[in-house]
Design a protein around this ligand. Structure first.
Ligand SMILES: Cc1cn([C@H]2C[C@H](O)[C@@H](COP(=O)(O)OP(=O)(O)O[C@H]3O[C@@H](C)C(=O)[C@@H](O)[C@H]3O)O2)c(=O)[nH]c1=O
Length: 188
């Protein structure tokens, strides 16, 4: 398992080893002991899987508030997507900053996103599937979103046309009108 840091503390790119042979490949997509040994201590309780039919589908930017905040380990099951995390830990030196990573079935990469970040993605191929592990259960009363195209965040989604959004995401607030429930542990 290759583990890379990103510009945002706590957000990591994981690339599991693939053992290829004449049948295809085998890969451990998650191994708790190996993650713990690497200092990544997460207890996942729910796996999610969604399909987006159309290129340019955007889901996000989402979070769940405490006490049901979720860390997520994200990968692409089929197709290709651009996955984004945004720091919303109040007091963090990188508050409002984002990182984006290309995740595809082909490259096998995963993005580890701790609680305290928004998560979203755009699909780059038809019928793209995303699969992610979460450290807390779905709690709709704690579900929240920020606009994917917030100019203060300024994510370059690489969209060629209009994004395909859910009604909920289309009505999401801007970051400036949003009171984050998260604080940065390193804040004074
Ligand atoms: C997220 C979620 C949704 N649902 C239901 C609620 C609703 O009827 C339907 C679709 O929900 P949504 O529109 O919220 O799905 P979606 O827009 O795909 O939401 C997801 O987006 C990505 C970016 C994330 O990071 C996830 O945590 C989650 O917020 O699925 C569950 O039953 N369990 C879940 O964990």
């Amino acid at each position: 398992m290759q583990i890379e840091d990103t510009a945002l503390s706590g957000v990591k790119i994981l690339t599991p080893q693939r053992f290829g042979d004449h049948r295809g490949f085998f890969s451990e997509s998650w191994n708790k002991a190996r993650m713990d040994a690497a200092g990544l201590h997460y207890d996942f309780v729910q796996d999610n899987h969604s399909l987006s039919a159309t290129v340019g589908t955007v889901r996000g930017l989402h979070f769940q508030s405490p006490p049901h905040a979720q860390a997520k380990l994200v990968r692409c099951g089929k197709g290709q997507l651009f996955d984004v995390a945004v720091d919303i830990r109040k007091g963090s030196p990188t508050y409002g900053k984002w990182v984006g990573v290309d995740l595809s079935f082909e490259n096998g990469r995963q993005l580890m996103i701790p609680a305290g970040f928004l998560h979203g993605f755009v699909t780059r191929e038809p019928d793209t599937e995303i699969i992610y592990k979460c450290t807390d259960y779905y709690a709709p009363e704690c579900d929240g979103a920020v606009r994917f195209d917030d100019p203060d965040i300024g994510i370059d989604w690489g969209l060629e046309g209009e994004a395909l959004l859910s009604a909920k995401d289309d009505a999401a607030p801007f970051l400036k009108d949003f009171d984050s429930p998260f604080t940065w542990e390193g804040a004074a």
